[in-house]
Structures are given as C-alpha cells and as structure tokens.
Design a protein around this ligand. Structure first.
Ligand SMILES: *Cc1c(COP(=O)(O)O)cnc(C)c1O
Length: 229
C-alpha cells in the first residue's frame, strides 16, 4: 500500500522487531515450544515516542523500561493513545518509588530486598492493583549488580510470600557480561522450578535464543529492536 498517503517510516525499529520476532519463532521451534509461551518485552529505555510508536503500529504490545521517572514521562500518553499495552519495569526499584511503580507497571522484574517487598505489599493493598512480580537473582554474585544470591533465593521467595503476602510469579536474571549465559539461565530455571514459579525473565538482545532454549517465558530485548543506545 506504499504511496497511499502512508507517512514514510522514520525509524528502523519495525525492521528490528520483525527480525527479532523471526528469531524468537525459530528458537521456539528448535526448543519444541509454542511461540505463545514466550513474551517479547521490547525494551524502549532511552528511546522516545517517535521510535516507539512505529513498533506499536507493527503490533508489539509489551514494553520494558528500566527507570520509573523515564517511564512516567513517556508512557501515560502512549498508553492512552494505544489501549491494550502492557508496561514492565525491568530495572532497579527504590522503595520510595513503589507507589508510582505499582500505579504504572503491569509487571516488576526487580524485586530484590525485604524493604521493597514491604513497600510493594503496602501499595498493592492500597491501590488494589497487582503487577506481576519477579524476584531478581544475581546468579553471578557480582557485587555491583542487584539481585538475590542463588543461595539465599529459596528463603527470600518464602519470605516474600509468608512475611509480605506477595504473589511471586517468576524469577529474573542478568548473567555476567563476560561469561556464557547458559549456566546462569539453567540455574535460574532450576531455582524457579523448585519454588513452584512458572515465569522466567531471561535473555536480552545477545542471548535470547539460548534463554528460550532453557525455558525463558519473558525475553527482554532492546537494542536488537530499537538500535544502539
Ligand atoms: C537494557 C536492558 C535490557 C535490554 O538489553 P539489550 O541488550 O539492549 O537487549 C534487558 N534487561 C535489562 C534489565 C536491561 O536493563
């Protein structure tokens, strides 16, 4: 329909999305999984509406942001113009932003300490809104990285449930950049399984196929869709 008054595409992001979709479909097929078992979270951090709108127009509905303030500035208008979007927080959350996060996001992938659990429980109760929650693991036990150490995971998940009354749906991990990711994905899957958690947020632009092979239900893909940040 080119030439029928359709505005020119000003962004490469729809092509990135199509390429990523194709790779996800292939990875699902290779792993013997249904395409519908993997949610693509398109990570739009640092990109503005001009880059995001074409991706929505191409059919993408689930987006990820790593900062509450940035998401608050960009997404309420987009969500009003495009009903049916789902927004995920994939970056660290300060307890004093729990109120805004519970109001804005449909999922939070970065639950990683007791004080945050307490703040989230309070806001979920107060707002009557329950974003899906993932506990973030620090599988590489990297000092600069957020997340629960694998050895503390079972106890932390139990306290989320028993002490704070939170429903935890899954686990999230970010493997160390300088290591093969597969062992980290496998460890995350194992800890999820023994805690009865069904969702696995793992895999980014460089490694989402390996993550799908190892059971990822949510892949968080930014640069492969939107380009370099
Ligand atoms: C930025 C980010 C991503 C996406 O990374 P890409 O390499 O651009 O795909 C995924 N997860 C988290 C937690 C991020 O901060």
């Amino acid at each position: 329909m080119a030439g029928d008054g359709v505005p020119p595409v000003m962004s490469d992001s729809p092509y990135g999305l199509a390429a990523v979709e194709k790779e996800i479909a292939r990875a699902c097929k290779d792993a013997g999984r249904e395409r519908s078992s993997v949610t693509l979270v398109a990570v739009s951090k640092t990109f503005d509406a001009a880059d995001i709108v074409p991706v929505i127009a191409a059919g993408q509905r689930v987006f990820g942001e790593n900062r509450v303030q940035e998401a608050k500035a960009k997404w309420p208008a987009l969500m009003q113009q495009h009903p049916g979007l789902s927004l995920h927080l994939i970056g660290p959350l300060q307890s004093n932003k729990a109120k805004e996060a519970v109001a804005l996001f449909d999922a939070i992938h970065s639950v990683d300490r007791a004080s945050l659990c307490e703040a989230l429980a309070k806001e979920i109760d107060r707002q009557g809104r329950s974003p899906q929650l993932f506990v973030q693991l620090n599988t590489g036990e990297e000092p600069q990285k957020a997340g629960i150490a694998p050895g503390d995971a079972d106890a932390f998940i139990k306290s989320c449930r028993d002490v704070y009354g939170l429903t935890i749906s899954g686990l999230m991990c970010i493997p160390p950049v300088d290591e093969p990711p597969a062992p980290h994905f496998a460890l995350t899957a194992k800890i999820a399984a023994r805690n009865g958690l069904k969702l696995l947020s793992m895999g980014m632009s460089a490694d989402f196929e390996a993550a799908i092979q190892l059971g990822a239900t949510h892949v968080r893909v930014g640069s492969a869709i939107f380009g370099k940040r």
